[in-house]
Design a protein around this ligand. Sequence first.
Ligand code: MYR
Length: 185
Amino acid sequence: MAPVGPRSGDAIFSSIDRVNAELFTLTYGAIVRQLLTDLEEVEEVNKQLDQMGYNIGIRLIDEFLAKSGVSRCVDFKETAEMIAKVGFKMFLGVTASVSSWDADGTCCSIILEDNPLVDFVELPDTCQGLYYCNVLSGVIRGALEMVSMKTEVTWTRDVLRGDDAYELQVKLLKQVAEEYPYKDD
Ligand code: MYR
């Protein structure tokens, strides 16, 4: 039998992290299941998940900016890298990569290297058309809107729908110039 002794801080921390992540994944699954029961139409569930994510995103941006301490991005390319490398790590514990830029640098793909939201998930045939992870596209859209970027965020690949990866397309529709609130004398 293995000796039982005090665990190091790291070991305790990582097991709490793992339990939190699993609880989050299972809770999200329960929310999706409830929405499917209540709303019946898969399209409506997609919309609702996106809206939930948007509502989270408009609040989460403050935490992101405060915790990450990052300064303003110089362009949309830097913003996309920030979401993939810092945002996903901070809130989901995974990183993502950015690719497929269009010529004018306003549209790209974010590919998740891992997706903890879908651990334990298997979709029945009745859920065809469901974008199970739509909360994430809403989060990004909401967070970017709070830093003056109007975007369209859509799933272009989804393993739960038979694709080989999780890929989001992020398109910058409009960037509102932020006004400096004080007058220089
Ligand atoms: C700036 O103000 O220029 C910085 C903008 C950084 C935006 C980063 C948004 C983070 C969104 C996190 C998404 C996490 C998804 C799980």
